[in-house]
Design a protein around this ligand. Structure first.
Ligand SMILES: [Zn+2]
Length: 494
């Protein structure tokens, strides 16, 4: 497959793929909701709290020079001022303030600094007037912001900061749309106000950790102080090499080198992990290294420089759990008789996107009896893949159309003979159905010759860093390191 030509999926944030343990997903959803609520609270609290904090820390925070440098200039109010009051108020989204909080103080050069919130003003001009600007200043500021700040998106809690010189002339203005983004207006050398968008850079903090799996990979990551969302990185990067659904055992261990992305000390997320290791009783040790040479999207490679992505996605969607495995002797849930289940059922919400498991040509796209809406794709080497019970087939997916790996071909549904929304994913070679989960991907593509030396240097560094992580005792390798379809599971993963 043309793994190296569709790299954006790897660079994308890790899929929150809960294939390892369903309860994790609900935790993550709940955690996600809480995070969103906190953010709403943070936004409001920031505005209310920043003024108060500024009051109490009066004189502590140095004012930046008005002629400060380009976009990376820190905002006028020190981040530490804003960080404090968040905790007091973060869990409750306060009602919009009826009148803007105003904080005015003397700047060292004799000028003034005024900080306020947008408040309940009915428009941008009224908000500026409420902050004490006269019509002339307000008009000049509005003109400077035209095209940079969308006035319709102003929110009562947004923070505004005005800096004037000793003569009362407006030197600088900040409009804080979020903690990360603000619009900065400054006077240029010719005395004209110029607006720029500023995005505060995230701090990257490299973390190198490991741990032993006792109940699930997600729990082990959490015990190591890492986010459960990183489960998705493991599942995705080792897709085709480790079947986390079936091959993980108590005592297996993981190692991870990843950059935390922080703002004002708060964890916002993770960059794509730099290196991952899974060392399992059934899988042996597998490692993957992230390599992003200039001019090329980053991707994961094994120690030899082969792409981790083999020919197939075995999980052609973000699913909740496997509701029915491949089973040639299954008792059919509707027909109540033994009938082979010639594919894997992935339970997922109606509308979940379904991707082509590999590049190929569409050979069926439409209803087909008990399959409901069905898409069939012909691939290399006599393989065909089948996607049944779809609620919708993606636009442009018709017989004869070429599709790329991971291209969206439809959405999960429950059409045809089906008891609930799920994807029935079937894989055939010639006329024979095969278990998609038992198919091991072949080796991925080797890096081009010119990139192998720089990769090797990086890989040596990362491998040494992985070696240095103490993740607990290595698991005894009791079973051969290969995927087996019907392996008994000793330790259920949640
Ligand atoms: Zn099925």
């Amino acid at each position: 497959m043309r793994a190296d030509e569709t790299p954006e999926e790897v660079a994308a944030p890790p899929r929150p793929l809960p294939s390892v343990d369903i309860p994790l997903l609900r935790h993550e959803r709940r955690a996600g909701r809480q995070v969103r609520m906190v953010w709403v609270g943070v936004g409001t609290a920031l505005a209310l709290g920043a003024a108060a904090a500024a009051y109490f820390s009066r004189g502590d925070s140095p004012e930046p020079e008005p002629d400060a440098r380009e976009a990376a200039t820190p905002p006028i109010s020190d981040a530490s001022e804003a960080a404090e009051p968040v905790a007091t108020d973060a869990s409750v989204a306060a009602p919009p303030p009826t009148a803007p909080e105003v904080e005015l103080r003397q700047a060292p050069d004799g000028g003034t600094r005024l900080e306020t919130t947008f408040g309940s003003a009915r428009g941008f001009r009224p908000a500026l007037l409420a902050a004490g600007l006269d019509n002339e200043d307000a008009a000049e500021l509005e003109a400077a912001l035209d095209g940079t700040l969308d006035f319709r998106r102003c929110h009562p809690a947004d923070r505004m900061v005005f800096l004037r010189d000793a003569d009362g002339r407006l030197l600088r203005f900040e409009y804080h749309e979020s903690r990360r983004r603000y619009v900065l207006v400054r006077r240029d050398a010719r005395g004209r106000l110029q607006a720029t968008q500023v995005e505060r850079p995230l701090d990257h903090v490299e973390i190198a950790r490991g741990g032993v799996i006792r109940s699930s990979l997600g729990a082990a990551l959490e015990s190591a102080g890492l986010g459960r969302t990183l489960v998705g990185s493991f599942v995705e990067v080792f897709d085709g090499r480790v079947n986390f659904q079936r091959q993980t055992r108590q005592g297996d261990r993981f190692k991870l080198i990843v950059d935390e992305q922080r703002l004002d000390g708060e964890l916002l997320g993770y960059a794509p992990p730099r290196a991952l290791e899974f060392d399992g009783q059934r899988t042996g040790q597998v490692r993957a290294f992230y390599f992003a040479p200039t001019g090329r999207r980053g991707d994961y490679y094994d120690a030899d420089g082969r792409s981790m992505r083999g020919g197939w996605l075995r999980t052609p969607l973000h699913y909740d759990h496997i509701s029915s495995p491949f089973d040639m002797h299954r008792m059919h849930p509707i027909l109540h008789r033994v009938q082979p289940h010639n594919g894997v059922d992935y339970a997922a919400g109606t509308g979940t996107p379904v991707w082509a498991a590999a590049a190929g040509t569409v050979i069926w796209a439409g209803p087909k009896g008990p399959n409901g809406n069905l898409v069939g794709i012909r691939h290399e080497d006599g393989f065909t893949s089948w996607y049944a019970h779809l609620s919708a087939i993606a636009r442009g997916i018709r017989v004869g159309v070429e599709v790329e790996q991971m291209q969206r071909i439809g959405r999960v549904g429950t059409t045809g003979r089906s008891t609930g929304p799920h994807l029935h994913f079937g894989l055939k070679r010639g006329r024979r159905f095969m278990d998609p989960l038992a198919i091991i991907n072949g080796p991925g593509r080797l890096l081009p010759a010119g990139l192998r030396a720089p990769f090797r240097r990086l890989q040596h560094q990362l491998a040494a860093a992985l070696d240095a992580i103490d993740a607990g005792p290595a698991p005894a390798q009791t079973e051969p390191a290969r995927a087996t379809a019907a392996a008994p599971v000793n330790v259920p993963l949640d």
